[in-house]
Design a protein around this ligand. Structure first.
Ligand code: MG
Length: 247
């Protein structure tokens, strides 16, 4: 009888801990080991002839707010800059397997720390986030699977090749969309390769599911093509020279 009560208490305690873990963002943060710092070289970033240009420096016409309204981000100085509070923007065109080039810059007078320092993000298919953040020289401390170049809350970048705030940086992304069966089950997960400033930081990394802040990522069936989303995380981070090639 005593053993039975003990078993019930243990089960309840495990369940309780599990439920608490589901509500605590810290349970999915990885802080060590720190990611090695590498200094990038010069890169060639011009769109090739078969690319679809999503932002050429002068018009945000290829983008809209998630609710369908016009994108309210600022177009100036050849850049597309987050207007904090106006929301994420998404490409009008939808994409599946692709090669994406995108340049980003954290404002030179960036403030804040951790996840609030130049945070934005590139969401492939509107779901799978390649993090944008100021992590120059590992000065800004945060969980490594949430630093720039991470697949957010999943895989840290292989190295930290971030440039200083105010400098333009590149992501060259090769993305393979996940495949789903008719009944919605996952056949193959999404895979992603990312070069930051010309240096490999994600090498055919398997994606575990939707990027989520709390809890474990899971897959939910979606269309074969979905919009690209850029994140408004409340910081005035800029983008430019965005082009994509469908594969
Ligand atoms: Mg982000």
């Amino acid at each position: 009888m005593q053993l039975k009560s003990f078993a019930i208490i243990c089960t309840a305690s495990i369940l309780c801990n599990h439920l608490l873990a589901q509500k605590d963002p810290k349970t999915t943060e990885v802080w060590t080991p720190e990611v090695k710092v590498v200094t990038p070289g010069k890169t060639n970033t011009e769109a090739p002839s078969d690319a679809i240009v999503l932002f050429n420096g002068t018009s945000g016409a290829g983008w809209k707010h998630k609710n369908g309204d016009e994108a309210k981000w600022t177009v100036a100085d050849n850049a597309f800059t987050v207007k904090p509070g106006t929301g994420d923007i998404q490409s009008k065109q939808k994409f599946g397997d692709c090669q994406l080039h995108i340049e980003w810059r954290v404002t030179p007078n960036v403030t804040g720390e951790g996840q609030n320092r130049g945070n934005s993000g590139v969401y492939l298919m509107g779901r799978y986030e390649v993090q944008v953040l100021d992590n120059y020289n590992n000065i800004n401390k945060t969980y490594v699977n949430g630093q720039a170049g991470s697949i957010y809350k999943q895989s840290p970048p292989l190295v930290n090749v971030c440039k200083a705030p105010g400098e333009w940086q590149t992501y060259d992304i090769i993305f393979t969309a996940p495949r789903f069966s008719e009944n919605g089950s996952l056949i193959t997960p999404a895979r992603i390769t990312v070069l930051q400033n010309g240096v490999l930081i994600q090498n055919n990394t398997s994606i575990w599911g939707n990027s989520v802040y709390i809890g474990s990522p899971t897959y939910e069936k979606h269309e074969a093509k979905e919009p690209l989303i850029l994140q408004d995380h409340g910081n005035t981070t800029s983008f430019r020279n965005i082009w994509i090639r469908e594969l």
